[in-house]
Design a binder for this molecule. Structure first.
Ligand SMILES: [Zn+2]
Length: 491
């Protein structure tokens, strides 16, 4: 007897629990992929497992539904595997300890993987059923969505006949997602000449910012530690000759950085002036952020007491780097003209790194996450970063470029889902777009005229050890799916 065996719909929770027994963090999906391939084989379903371990399974239409348009059901099999620091679990080899808390499912000490295990569980329950009426079902389960969408990037969708796709990777019941942003990771590399400056070091540090997701929280006006550090560096370098020793800020391109620090080498007699400039600029920044980021702390510390000769970037190049950082765009660049309140184009200076080295001249790396629901606007913003980097004698590297998923004015699938939703729930669903990536963009680029909607049951705190999946919402979304599939198109 499974922990979830008393829950309805039984088959959905049965498969969900099966999935939680198989380790399936991103990059570690072979076992789950094989489980899915075996599942298909045992039921005589057409199945393709590709070299990346993506899975496509097909179940033909039930009698009477042969002429209905096929439906693609899509989700990803990998999860963000995180555990509490005090929990000894090895998530690469051990299954999860699922539990029930009121209406919520959770996993003891770890993330649950409702994102996106519930999509896999829905799909398996549908493929396993013989009492549910449906058109030809084409199930696409990708790998490694959470770490760059590599599965969706690589998958060959030529076996699919469907032109309607239901993506099951959303986290709020009652919201139909119909568009998402495209994005790219842009690394600006700015070369520096080296020198040796006799004097003392000063460390400028920024901490205590709130941070957040670079897509969903980019419009909150929170401080970006890397950009603020650029402003402080410009204030200093526009008045004093200093050499940059090191730069360190942020952890990921897609997280708004909460902390950053720079070490500068300065002639001893200029240290008091440097401290005064930083303190004055810091007070201005704190004042500006008092409502949106009240915990910000900016400090400057001269160290050590003795003078020394230290390798650093030349004062000219240090000034150029500061000019780049204070000029580089950051945050919201444009709001959508079509959808109220939606950010259209943005970027986040997520990672900053430099370390002066006696051996080689080195370069500053500034990594941005660029997003836009309009592909040409994304390209223009990348071009702007490229031009700015070129002004400092540098260049850019673009990685992980993925297309956006544009809103379709005409969508028979969305209309059909909306009508059914109104009948079932007595109200209209919210039609939304998000300023973050979904696999729909990559997949839509491979299927001409794809008509797609993304839905899912209520989840909270995904990608954390506090992740929760609502049991009642899971049941409602299941019955919505079952009724949707059973409903024929108007003749
Ligand atoms: Zn997901």
């Amino acid at each position: 007897m499974g922990v979830l065996s008393g829950l309805e719909p039984q088959n959905v929770f049965y498969y969900f629990e099966e999935i939680t027994k198989i380790p399936h963090g991103s990059g570690n999906v072979a076992q789950l992929s094989d489980y899915l391939a075996r599942f298909a084989k045992e039921r005589g379903l057409w199945c393709r497992q590709d070299a990346c371990q993506n899975i496509i399974m097909v179940k033909e239409a039930t009698p009477g539904y042969e002429s209905e348009p096929p439906v693609i059901l899509q989700g990803h099999m990998d999860m963000v595997a995180v555990h509490r620091p005090d929990d000894p679990i090895d998530m690469a080899t051990e299954g999860l300890k699922v539990g029930i808390d009121g209406d919520d499912l959770y996993a003891e000490g770890t993330s649950l993987g409702g994102d996106d295990g519930i999509a896999v569980a829905y799909a398996l329950a549908l493929l396993d059923a013989d009492e549910i009426c449906h058109p030809r079902l084409e199930v696409v389960i990708t790998v490694d969505e959470e770490v760059g969408m590599d599965g969706a990037r690589q998958i060959d969708l030529s076996p699919l006949r469907g032109r309607r796709m239901i993506n099951l990777d959303s986290e709020e019941e009652g919201i139909f997602l119909t568009s998402c942003a495209g994005g790219a990771r842009v690394n600006c590399l700015l070369p520096c000449g080296q020198t040796r400056i006799w004097g003392r070091s000063a460390e400028i540090s920024i901490a205590g910012l709130r941070g957040g997701h670079s897509g969903e929280e980019i419009d909150k006006g929170r401080g970006n530690a890397n950009s603020l550090l650029g402003r402080l560096l410009w204030a200093v370098t526009s008045r004093l000759n200093v050499g940059l020793v090191s730069l360190d800020g942020g952890l990921a391109d897609n997280a708004i950085p909460r902390e950053a620090r720079a070490v500068l080498q300065v002639a001893s007699e200029n240290l008091p002036a440097l401290e005064e400039i930083v303190e004055k600029t810091a007070a201005e920044i704190s004042g500006e952020l008092s409502a949106r980021d009240p915990q910000v702390r900016i400090a400057v510390a001269g160290q050590p007491e003795e003078e020394a000769g230290v390798f650093c970037a030349t004062p000219e190049d240090t000034r150029r780097i500061a000019a780049f950082l204070i000029s580089a765009p950051n945050g919201v660049q444009a709001m959508s003209a079509d959808i109220d309140g939606l950010v259209e184009t943005s970027l986040n200076l997520g990672i900053l790194h430099y370390a002066a080295d006696a051996e080689n001249s080195g370069e500053v790396s500034a990594v941005f996450s660029v997003r836009s629901s309009v592909d040409s606007a994304k390209r223009a913003l990348i071009a702007r970063l490229q031009a700015l980097a070129a002004l400092t004698g540098g260049g850019i590297q673009v990685r992980g470029d993925y297309p956006g998923w544009q809103y379709r004015a005409v969508s028979p699938l969305r209309d059909k889902m909306t009508a059914l939703y109104e009948r079932m729930y007595g109200q209209k669903p919210l039609i939304r777009a998000i300023h973050a990536g979904l696999e729909c963009g990559l997949l839509a680029a491979k299927i001409p005229d794809l008509d797609c909607v993304s839905i899912g049951p209520d989840m909270k705190d995904i990608h954390t050890t506090e992740e929760r999946l609502s049991i009642s919402s899971t049941a409602r979304v299941w019955s919505f799916l079952v009724q949707l599939l059973a409903q024929k198109d108007p003749a």
